[in-house]
Design a protein around this ligand. Structure first.
Ligand code: NAP
Length: 308
């Protein structure tokens, strides 16, 4: 194997601790050599308060993973790309579509790789669902993503702020799968429920049409207690497909046909290593574009205030 890529991590919070650190610790393609965060720390490596301080002090860094909330990612990405570092962007890759387009141009100009990571695309049954749908004729599809925000995002203020996307923060995971397995589609209507004390929606009903006229619906709800739903259902000529558990299980007409242990972040880092070594970038903006379109076309409903 070639030498490990020397990487730094920025924005040490929940997802870094839950997923990035374990994935990097087990991946011979990378060596984590520094971290930058205002409060968070990673044990046994040098820690810095800002990305600028980290890049100044650790010249041998070749790549960075940017794991802060999306509203604060662009400036850090720009700093890293201008310093000719390869950049891994957590999802969503930015707060707007055009800022990520700008980063793409900057990465190409500086001869480094940019990776807009979509972890849900690497869920274990997603490729099997894609293969199944490619082998039959789709009639309609429905995305049902219902979870309890108090359980999964307690006290995350940024998620309710402009650019935090509200319920579209998990919803964009559904869209990252849907845009990978379903035909191209576009939004025809949306209703977004905004709590009266928040700047981002707590629920959304979205309808899409595929280019050949098939209906796709998306139901997002952040107040679901009890069982949580992260499902994509498709009615096809070969039966009813249910991709459940955020992409981890595939069933056709009630029979489970694919189920495997989850390895999303190890696979994300494998893909990042591959694009760095082949001199490519991987930036698919389709999920982010759909979220932008939902905000652009959506009717805004004001609903009861939300408190953590
Ligand atoms: P988080 O813990 O709230 O934030 C990550 C870290 O970013 C914080 O600990 C904080 O570290 C830094 N940060 C917060 N506000 C900042 C600001 N204004 N400027 C600079 N840095 C700031 O969030 P998270 O759950 O890890 O999510 C981070 C990203 O990963 C989001 O885009 C999210 O969609 C994505 N993601 C999250 C999950 C999940 O399950 N939580 C899953 C997949 C992807 P310091 O205070 O130390 O600077």
């Amino acid at each position: 194997m070639s030498q490990p890529i020397k990487i730094g991590i920025v924005g040490v919070g929940k997802i870094v601790r839950d997923q990035h650190l374990p994935a990097l610790a087990n991946d011979g393609n990378f060596r984590l050599i520094a971290a930058a965060s205002r409060h968070g720390k990673v044990d046994d490596i040098p820690n810095f308060p800002t990305i600028e301080a980290m890049l100044d002090a650790v010249a041998e860094l070749e790549a960075v993973s940017l794991c802060m909330p999306p509203q604060f990612r662009y400036d850090a990405a720009r700093t890293a790309l201008e310093a000719k570092k390869h950049v891994f962007l957590e999802k969503p890759p930015g707060a707007t579509v055009s800022e990520v387009e700008d980063l793409k141009v900057l990465a190409a100009k500086n001869g480094v790789s940019l990776f807009a990571s979509w972890h849900s695309r690497y869920a274990p049954a997603v490729e099997a669902a894609r293969g199944f749908l490619a082998s039959t004729r789709l009639r309609s599809a429905a995305i049902v993503w219902k979870e309890d925000v108090r359980r999964w995002h307690p006290n995350q203020e940024w998620i309710w702020a402009p650019g935090g996307f509200g319920v579209f923060d998990p919803g964009i995971n559904a869209l990252s799968i849907a845009t990978h397995i379903l035909p191209a589609m576009f939004i025809t209507s949306a209703v977004l429920d905004f709590p009266e004390n928040r700047a981002a929606p707590v629920a959304a009903q979205v309808t899409f049409r595929t280019s050949n006229g098939l209906p796709v619906t998306m139901d997002l709800d952040w107040l679901q207690t009890g069982p949580q739903s992260w499902d994509i259902l498709a009615d096809t000529d070969a039966g009813k497909m249910v991709l459940s558990g955020g992409g981890s299980r595939l069933a056709i007409d009630g029979q489970i046909v694919h189920e495997e242990a989850e390895a999303e972040y190890p696979m994300l880092y494998r893909q990042f290593a591959e694009i760095v070594r082949s001199g490519a970038s991987d930036v698919d903006l389709a999920p982010l574009q759909h979220v932008a379109d939902a905000f652009m076309l959506g009717k805004r409903n004001v609903v009861e205030a939300f408190f953590d």
